[in-house]
Design a protein around this ligand. Structure first.
Ligand code: FMN
Length: 191
């Protein structure tokens, strides 16, 4: 092994990590949001999120619908807030976050209007479920995007949304940068 490489042992350092905002309703239809970085694409129309025990998981016991939105530079402070405060003991959590909740068209869950892109999801499986949480596998039912953030082809414009990613090494948020290449295409130069 090249000794200029430093070892850090096992770390949860997949990079980059998303800043997912999970939106749920409780039994009375009251909206809640939490921040989750340990999630990603699982299958063509499925996602996975590793969840501890939260107000969000209480809500997912009574509602199998939820939303997943993507945090942005403009929503960063509130996105971090919903990741450090629990709806279990802070009844005005969403008032403090300052987001406007509207019911999603296809699932029983809130869409937060300040976040540009939202997936409507339905619980499919709770893998390795225990007292302390589970790995949630969910179906993507629909994707919503604020029309302000569409490109000329009518697709979500990822650069325009100013998405942020979570840096698990320094525990910071980093803004996604500019487009540098074309996937499934630029590598063809080396064929
Ligand atoms: C950057 C960041 C990433 C987080 N990622 C996760 C995660 O992947 N899974 C998880 O269970 N909790 C994660 N959390 C913690 C929850 O967001 C936090 O416990 C929150 O208060 C739960 O809210 P609730 O109890 O209202 O549902 C994360 C928090 C932050 C700030």
């Amino acid at each position: 092994m090249n000794m200029t490489m430093k070892s850090f042992n096992a770390k949860p350092w997949i990079l980059p990590q998303p800043v997912l905002i999970i939106g749920t309703y409780d039994n009375d239809g009251k909206p809640n949001a939490m921040n989750a970085a340990w999630g990603g694409q699982w299958d063509m129309n499925e996602i996975m999120i590793s969840l501890g025990s939260h107000a969000t998981t209480d809500n997912l016991k009574v509602n199998d619908g939820f939303t997943v939105a993507f945090a942005t530079v403009g929503t960063m402070v509130a996105a971090d807030y919903v990741g450090i405060v629990s709806g279990r003991n802070t009844p005005d959590k969403m008032q403090k976050a300052g987001w406007t909740a509207q019911k999603a068209p296809n699932v029983n869950a809130p869409v937060f209007m300040e976040l540009p892109m939202t997936m409507e999801c339905r619980v499919k499986e709770k893998l390795d479920e225990s007292e302390s949480g589970y790995n949630l596998v969910a179906e993507i039912v629909n994707v919503l995007c604020d029309e302000k953030y569409l490109d000329l082809d009518g697709n979500p414009d990822v650069e325009k949304m100013e998405l942020i990613t979570y840096n698990p090494v320094q525990h910071t948020y980093i803004q996604l940068g500019k487009t540098v290449g074309k996937a499934f295409s630029d590598g063809a130069k080396l064929k």
